[in-house]
Ligand binder design. Sequence first.
Ligand SMILES: [Zn+2]
Length: 625
Amino acid sequence: MHARKRAVKTQMSIRNTIGMSDNSDKNRVREAVNLVELINEFVPLKESGREWIGICPFHDDHKPSMHVVVHKQEAFYKCFSCGAYGDCFEFIIQYLKKDFVDALHFLAEREGIELTGNQSDEGLSSRGKMSRAMQWVSTLYVEAMHSTPEGKNALEQLHARGFTDESIEKFSIGIAPDGWTFLTDKLQNNKERIEVAIEAGLLRKNEEKNRTYDTFRHRIMFPIHDESNATIAFGGRRLREEDEPKYINSTETILFHKSKTLYGYNHANSSIREQKKVIVVEGYTDVIACHQAGITNVVATLGTSLTSNHADKLSRVCNEVILVFDGDNAGQLAADRAIEVFFRKNIDVHICVLPDGKDPADLASDVSKFNDCISNAVDALTFKFNRLNSSLQDETTIAGKSNLIDSFLNEMARLGVEHLDSSRKPFIYERIASILHVPIEEVSKELRSRRPTQSKPNKSQEVLEESPALAASIPRARQLAEHEFLAVLLFNPTESSAALREAKAIISVSDFLDPSSVAIADYILPKLQAGTLFTMNDLIEGIDAKSENIATTLYFVGQRISGTYNSVSLALQMTRNALSNSIEKQAINDEIKNVKNESNSEEKTRAAQRAIENIRRQQTAKRSS
Ligand SMILES: [Zn+2]
């Protein structure tokens, strides 16, 4: 107990001295929790060098794959086998299958911390400031709903579509009035708050005229909340039919990542957990109509198909997902994507295709009809099998049939049927066998022979090799050089920051090509250069999920490299040189490619001259820096 109190104190004082503490409930609780002690209560941990290791509870682990880092101000865990990672909240959310709010209360109680429910302005992080701005704007939009002519019009439209005042209030629907400066005017030239509003995507800047204007104008505003009920973004629907586009969504910010967010989850969450079932629809108004009709386990994706982040989140709180689509082709494609995402999760996926172009909002008014549709939803694989069956029936030639079967089997193999757990695999083999009229052994043999070269899915490796389209255009050596340099920065921000500033090293985000490197660099470089520090947990909250996973892996890479050179600054210098060389090599290759691509011989000579000049210039620049 005493040791724990001491550890807590050290963690907090480090945070305070580097001025990064904010007073939100979340941060106070996170600072108080000793992560090793917390995890050790559920999973025995052993000390190993700088870290603690244990058997990962999130996959079928035999030798300890989970590493827990509590070093300097860091406190996070990472599994090298299944890729699970996070802070104390994430651990409780995953291990005890709680949602964020419950995890917060659970840990606050454990640490004897009284939750205040709000944040003080003093020392508020940039997330805190943005969050506060979002909340303030949401209130303004709701007020405008009841005090402007546009609001009156919006209310009439919503009532005409059957929405009650109660629903409008529950979902905090508001209005962005007509005009360019509704928010700008309210901000009364407060520079700092204007900056925050720009960052939050609420305002845009006209650089030429040096003026700001509102992003959302003359639109019905649907605030989007995170699971702790904080406003993190907006969706704006046009009020006049002639305005384009129909919907405008907030851009992604440090608070808002589309791939992680589900609209309505804050209202649906307890019902989802009670029923162990979630219904996923496609639009805001579908969610609201369903909730109004008393169907409360309904959420929507935000203009994306379901991602593996969504699937992770949902598989923690329920064991059945019903995806509702209207019957067009886009729906079928979205269904395919969703099947892929859910395939390896331990969760049943059902597909519900609505009849004759109806959307959920149309159907929700007749609850029994809606429920009929939902209960007729077929499981995702049956959905796929049915489609294969009907295409087989439509296909008259034997060659055509065999092509269909061939591509179906390829897809099954690609999805990884071979790696499914033993409770699901036989079922799927049986289904395939009965459709193709062949023995089960034959199916198993076929699928094995089509097995994708990459065997067992290894999440951390998978992530490092992902982003196929872009990654293909980035040489592997370049990606590696970027990652290794960032790794050292991530492992020891304090020393890296000092070393970078001392060396007056100029590194910019534009030095990076790999999308995840760009996301990480964009977050950490300004902080390192300014000497304001960050922890892995800060970073995790500020970037997209794929980059998070890479960043947590890179921490350990950075640890290894720093260990090899026995010095952070030397490790930094070496990885920085490797990156510079890689950048230079690529620049030369690009120039050569330009020359090669030129067919006209005069142009070719000129391109070659330009290339030589460019390469020289770069080398001079490098020598002088
Ligand atoms: Zn694991």
